[in-house]
Write a protein that binds this ligand. Structure first.
Ligand code: GLY
Ligand code: MN
Ligand code: MN
Length: 277
C-alpha cells in the first residue's frame, strides 16, 4: 500500500515485498500473487503497469528462518481511493471476513463457517442487484461458486497449505467430516471441527471471472438467480477481491496473528494517502 502508485509495474511492487522479507532474513512462503487481475486465482504474472481506477490484489507471505509461514491478502485501489462500486463490493467481502473470524471457536466445523461467509457474499450481491431470488436456495444450488470458487481457508504452519502434501483429506477432514461430492463444496480444503491451537487462514473472496460468467451463462446455469445482463454491462472488468487473515484458535475463540494490516476502506485509504508516515 505504501509503495503502490500509478505508473509502476506490478513486479516492482513484488520486488519491494520480497526484498522486505529478505531484509528480515526470511524467505517468501509461496510465490507472491500480486495482480490487477485479482480474478485470476494464483496469478503469478506481474507484468502490468499500475493504473488508477483499478484494484490491486496482493497475496503474500514470509517464511521465518524456523520455517513457519504467513499468508495474507489485501486488495486496494491503485489510486489510494476506492470508487463507490469497488467500495460496495469490498465491504461485502470485508463483512464475510470479519463475521467468519467472529464465528471461529473450538468445536465448530470450518465448513459451516465457510457457508456463513458465503451467505453474506450472496446477500450482499443481491443488494447490488447482481443476484435475484431466494438467497438460501441460491446457496443450496451453489451459485456462490461463480463468485468464490474456493474454500474459506486452510491450515497454516511449516507449509503455507500446511501438511497438504501429506494428503488434504488427512488435514482438513476426519471421521466425522467427510468430503462432499457437490461442485464447489468438494474443493474445500479445511472442513473439520476446529481445535484449540489450530492456525488457519480466513480468506473470503469475490471475483468477477469473465470466462466463468460466460461459460455458466452459455450453459444456462443459475439463470433464476444471476443477473447476467448486469454482470456483462458493469462487472466484467472489475477484477477480484480477497481479504485474508491468519488466526490461531484459542480457548474462547480466536486471535488474529500479526500486528494488523489496514483492512477497512478508511484504514486503507488513510495508509495510502499518507504514504510518508
Ligand atoms: N496464497 C495462497 C492461498 O491463499 O491459499
Ligand atoms: Mn494467500
Ligand atoms: Mn491462503
Amino acid at each position: 500500500m505504501k509503495v503502490t502508485k500509478e505508473g509502476l509495474s506490478e513486479r516492482e511492487v513484488v520486488g519491494k515485498i520480497e526484498g522486505l522479507a529478505s531484509s528480515f532474513g526470511a524467505g517468501i512462503s509461496f510465490p507472491t500473487i500480486l495482480s490487477q487481475n485479482g480474478q485470476i486465482l494464483h496469478n503469478h504474472k506481474h507484468d502490468e503497469v499500475l493504473t488508477n481506477g483499478r484494484l490491486l490484489l496482493v497475496d503474500a507471505g514470509a517464511e521465518t528462518q524456523r520455517g513457519y509461514c504467513s499468508d495474507n491478502t489485501r486488495t486496494f485501489p491503485v489510486s489510494g481511493t476506492f470508487t463507490e462500486k469497488q467500495k460496495a463490493v469490498y465491504n461485502i467481502c470485508l463483512e464475510a471476513n470479519m463475521k467468519a473470524i467472529e464465528e471461529i471457536r473450538v468445536g465448530v466445523k470450518y465448513r459451516d463457517i465457510h457457508f456463513i461467509a458465503v451467505k453474506i457474499i450472496l446477500d450482499g450481491l443481491k443488494t447490488l442487484g447482481i443476484l435475484k431470488g431466494d438467497v438460501s436456495e441460491a446457496l443450496k444450488e451453489g451459485v456462490h461458486t461463480l463468485f468464490m470458487p474456493h474454500g474459506l481457508g486452510h491450515m497454516l504452519g511449516l507449509d503455507v497449505h500446511d501438511m497438504e502434501d501429506y494428503g488434504e483429506d488427512f488435514v482438513g477432514y476426519n471421521e466425522t467430516t467427510k468430503r462432499s461430492t457437490d461442485f464447489g463444496t468438494a474443493y474445500i480444503r479445511l472442513a473439520r471441527e476446529l481445535q484449540e491451537g489450530f492456525v488457519l487462514t480466513v480468506e473470503p473472496g469475490i471475483y468477477f471471472i469473465p470466462e466463468l460468467i460466460n461459460k455458466f451463462k452459455e450453459k444456462g446455469k443459475f439463470m433464476a438467480y444471476v443477473n447476467y445482463d448486469l454482470l456483462e454491462s458493469d462487472y466484467l472488468d472489475f477484477g477480484g477481491i480477497r481479504i485474508e487473515d491468519d488466526v490461531v484458535v484459542t480457548k474462547n475463540g480466536c486471535r488474529v496473528l500479526g500486528q494488523g494490516i489496514p483492512k477497512s476502506v478508511e484504514e486503507i485509504e488513510e495508509m495510502m494517502q499518507n504514504k510518508a508516515t
